[in-house]
Design a protein around this ligand. Structure first.
Ligand code: GLY
Length: 334
């Protein structure tokens, strides 16, 4: 395929933006269309976790699981992309490779942390005891400021000549379309998430801490506390009950949560395929699907963008990406 090819990307979230990053890196002309400003959906709502290990602790996949393998590879991809991305954009992106901490939630059963270390041992994933052994340090789990990444990518892509267009696919004829529309794209269904951010305060953690299915993620100027998860819901109104559940769970471990200001509260919608795996591949001639990143959107976006670009341009896809083919999904109209 000629590298002068014009490719249209539908969806200006991180999945689409990182695909544009990879394609324009190969000299391809790209147009990004979205009815909303870039990064208005799940990419903005996310907390920027780069967390293959703790997400595995939550989901308990077996060794060799294709999503776990992709998440580990994606963590390495972030290590490689973070510096060049920040440099080309001329902006900070809050990439923070310091190990995250895992600790038991206040209502966790006795022995929970031991069960985590046993599981990580089984999978051969690294960890180290921390905090008088009440916590585990997860050296592969870091974070990035997802909102800063959106800003940096848009700036960089505009400088590379990408045309950002507010609109949908109506009237688009011919050419290749990369469908990166998140939960609204083919094969994905919505999983609502709710999070809040807190003003930094003494007594709040200074690096990412995971406890049960909650996390505190300190970023420049805010500490993100997430996340409530509700399958099948795409309504982004924030429920006060969900906000109080988050604050209550966090305050049991970090009483400073009650002493600081809540800066922002929001809900977003994660895209999830029926089997929880990402979606990557041709749906039909000229229609390429990328998405379904579910809980690992920020983590997976750079690697999946690279994979999509080499699949589209060279016809080459690594074997690790085969399980993510849309062929496994029963897609209606795409
Ligand atoms: N990645 C964390 C979440 O989806 O809540």
């Amino acid at each position: 395929m000629s590298e002068q090819t014009h490719i249209i990307i539908a969806g200006a979230g991180l999945a689409g933006l990182f695909t544009a990053y990879a394609l324009t890196g190969r000299g391809v002309k790209v147009r990004v269309v979205d009815p909303l400003p870039p990064g208005s959906g799940a990419s903005r709502a996310a907390a920027g976790m780069l967390a293959p290990c703790y997400e595995a602790v939550l989901e308990r996949p077996e060794a060799g699981d294709p999503l776990l393998k992709a998440c580990l590879a994606a963590r390495t991809a972030w290590e490689e992309v973070a510096g060049p991305l920040a440099e080309e954009a001329g902006m900070e992106i809050g990439y923070d490779p310091r190990p995250s901490l895992a600790r038991a939630a206040a209502d966790a059963p006795a022995g929970w942390l031991d069960s985590v270390s046993e599981y990580l041992d089984e999978l051969g994933l690294p960890y180290a005891p921390a905090g008088e052994e009440e916590m585990l340090e997860l050296p592969l789990d870091g974070q990035v400021d997802n909102r800063a990444v959106i800003t940096a990518l848009v700036h960089l892509l505009e400088a590379r000549g990408v045309d950002f267009h507010r609109g949908d696919l109506k009237g688009v004829i011919g050419g290749i379309i990369v469908d990166a529309r998140g939960w609204q794209g083919p094969g994905a269904s919505p999983v609502k998430g709710t999070a809040v951010s807190l003003a930094p305060h003494v007594g709040l953690p200074d690096r990412v801490v995971r406890f049960g299915n909650r996390y505190l993620a300190p970023k420049a100027g805010r500490v993100v506390l997430g996340a409530v998860s509700q399958a099948g819901i795409s309504d982004t109104r924030v429920s006060e009950e969900d906000v109080q559940a988050l604050l209550g769970d966090a305050a049991k471990l970090y009483p400073a949560v009650r002493e600081t200001e809540v800066l922002e509260r929001w809900s977003g919608v994660r895209p999830r395929a029926q089997d929880g795996l990402p979606i990557l591949g041709w749906a039909r001639t000229n229609r390429y699907l990328i998405g379904g990143y579910f809980r690992n959107g920020v983590l997976l976006a750079p690697l999946m963008g690279q994979w999509a670009a080499s699949h589209i341009l060279d016809g080459a896809l690594p074997p690790e990406a085969i399980p993510f083919s849309p062929d496994r999904l029963s897609l209606s109209a795409t």
